[in-house]
Design a protein around this ligand. Structure first.
Ligand SMILES: [Zn+2]
Length: 317
């Protein structure tokens, strides 16, 4: 990988790595009855008694359920408490984080329209079903590194950023969201699709060393920062149609079994496709491009490949 185009993700990796500690030596004080984080009186959220739990959930600190096994009833209590926190009204700012790091959730995790002033941390969590955010407001980071879940579905939500540095899921679907910062996906394996649709990003989108068992889509999305799509395997199509790219776009070292498509995308900076194998027809019909598009001769396209690029803006490297 060239230094020039290497995603600036070292800091994200470093932060995420520190949250994964050995089960025998968790970074939290353990509950007296389990490996969950003790929140008061030595017990975790699942083992605290009802009145104690009520009091704790009224507090203003993070809701800490790290390493804790939670049922659907526990989740309901937590969500009710978060819905009552100060700052959840219209035009107000909530303050809390929800930490479910390495927790075991014995139900689908439907967080609905949750409002958090901090982060939602699902790193290493094991969830029996889907993760769903719908009309959520999360000012901080949504972390799903190493999560074990069926599908991750985030729609109509305002988020600080989305990060996953690993894990195995069925699919991830982000739709109609506004992300203040960026999207960072690495070492993530999806047996199905990875789809980001109609979602705006204020900063970069990095997708690296990921595998999509079906299509990868980043479509109809305005992205202010660079887009790095590096070292990925896509068993279906890779489509970037209708998106607006405010900075460089690079596709490097990827294997795409189906088509690679940029139909009606807008590029303000360079598009580079380099050292990639593209199985199907490749289509490029950008609406506006003031850029030099570099397509390496080593980007091998299928027999029907047609880039449709304006000759003056294409540089073969
Ligand atoms: Zn416990």
């Amino acid at each position: 990988m060239f230094a020039l185009i290497r995603p600036p993700c070292d800091t994200i990796d470093a932060v995420s790595t520190t949250t994964h500690t050995d089960a025998a030596d968790p970074e939290w004080i353990r509950c007296e009855s389990c490996d969950g984080a003790a929140i008061a009186s030595g017990y975790c959220l699942a083992h605290a008694d009802g009145s104690e739990l009520e009091g704790l959930l009224r507090d203003s600190g993070p809701v800490d359920a790290r390493g804790t096994t939670l049922t659907a009833e526990h989740l309901e209590l937590i969500l009710e408490a978060l819905a009552r926190q100060p700052g959840t009204g219209e035009g107000q700012e909530p303050r809390r984080s929800l930490l479910l790091t390495r927790s075991t959730i014995l139900a689908p995790l439907d967080l609905g329209s949750i409002a958090l002033g901090g982060d939602l941390d699902l790193n290493g969590a094991s969830i029996s079903g889907d993760v769903i955010l719908s009309s959520a407001r999360i000012a901080g980071r949504v972390s799903v590194s190493g999560v074990s879940a069926r599908r991750v579905r985030i729609q109509d939500s305002e988020l600080g950023s989305i990060v996953s540095t690993g894990g195995e899921i069925e699919s991830i679907y982000v739709y109609l969201c506004r992300v203040r910062e960026g999207l960072h996906l690495s070492n993530l394996t999806a047996s199905g699709a990875v789809a980001v649709l109609n979602t705006s990003f204020g900063e970069a989108v990095h997708v690296s060393r990921c595998r999509a068992g079906e299509d990868f889509s980043l479509t109809h999305s305005p992205i202010a920062g660079p887009v790095h799509f590096h070292d990925n395997m896509v068993d279906g199509e890779a489509t970037f149609e209708g998106s607006t790219f405010g900075s460089e776009v690079s596709i490097l070292d990827c294997t795409i079994q189906g088509e690679l498509r940029f139909g009606t995308a807008i590029f303000d900076e360079n598009l580079t496709v380099y050292r990639s194998s593209i199985g199907g027809c490749s289509r490029y019909t950008a609406r506006r491009s003031k850029v030099t598009t570099s397509i390496s001769a080593s980007a091998r396209s299928g027999p029907r490949a047609s880039w449709g690029l304006p000759p003056s803006s294409t540089r073969w490297v």
